[in-house]
Design a protein around this ligand. Structure first.
Ligand SMILES: C[S@@+](CC[C@H](N)C(=O)[O-])C[C@H]1O[C@@H](n2cnc3c(N)ncnc32)[C@H](O)[C@@H]1O
Length: 190
């Protein structure tokens, strides 16, 4: 409530949305998963339920109060305070070079195009080939120009973009966009 321009939501995601967003998390092997904008932690919990033991779960969160809350309530979560636009730097400091899934509920329509692109480029750079990015988008956000900008950037950044939902059991109802790149780009070293 104190920071609407950072949180970008009137209510936390529902468990149904959290479950759908977390469905891109591998449920076998020792995967590394990153969550962007963990907030109150409802999606963190859904990721944890899916991720097998031995996996690594990291959350990047900008809001200091949310960071304190996550650290207090979810000691099993690696919480990195900061802007998702610095994802590569943060993961480097954490000794991570590639991740298997990135799950986001960032408020994309609060970001200008440059900020949207910076975050998507960072996600694309750290995501392993065959890994998937998912992001929650509420139906209320869809009429905005910044949503159309975001969708165009998403399509330009990844080779495959899909949509899951809608989930009506959420305030407001929401979709989950998924994106992945199935082949390494020519400039990318395997
Ligand atoms: C819409 S809330 C989602 C919270 C929670 N994950 C959920 O689904 O209920 C967005 C979250 O993203 C965080 N956030 C906003 N901008 C961010 C940024 N640039 N980098 C990291 N986190 C950010 C906010 O502080 C907030 O916790």
């Amino acid at each position: 409530m104190r920071n609407p321009h950072q949180l970008g939501a009137i209510a936390p995601s529902s468990k149904a949305v959290a479950c759908l967003a977390a469905s891109v998390v591998p449920n076998t092997g020792e995967a590394v998963v990153v969550e962007l904008g963990a907030g109150g932690g409802v999606i963190s919990d859904a990721i944890r339920r899916r991720l097998p033991p031995g996996g690594r779960q990291i959350a990047v969160e900008l809001n200091d109060g949310m960071v304190r809350h996550l650290r207090r309530s979810r000691p099993w979560l690696e919480v990195i305070p900061g802007d998702a636009g610095d994802l590569g730097k943060f993961l480097g400091q954490a000794g991570v070079t590639q991740v298997d899934a990135v799950v986001s509920s960032l408020p994309w329509t609060l970001f200008d195009e440059q900020h949207q692109k910076r975050i998507l480029d960072e996600v694309s750079a750290v995501l392993a080939v065959g890994g998937t990015f998912s992001t929650v988008i509420t139906l209320a956000a869809m009429p905005f120009r910044r949503f159309r900008q975001f969708r165009a950037l998403l399509k330009g950044t990844f080779t495959t973009v899909g949509v899951l939902g809608p989930v009506w059991l959420n305030v407001p109802p929401a979709l989950v966009f998924t994106a992945s790149t199935s082949c390494p780009s020519p400039g990318r070293v395997a």
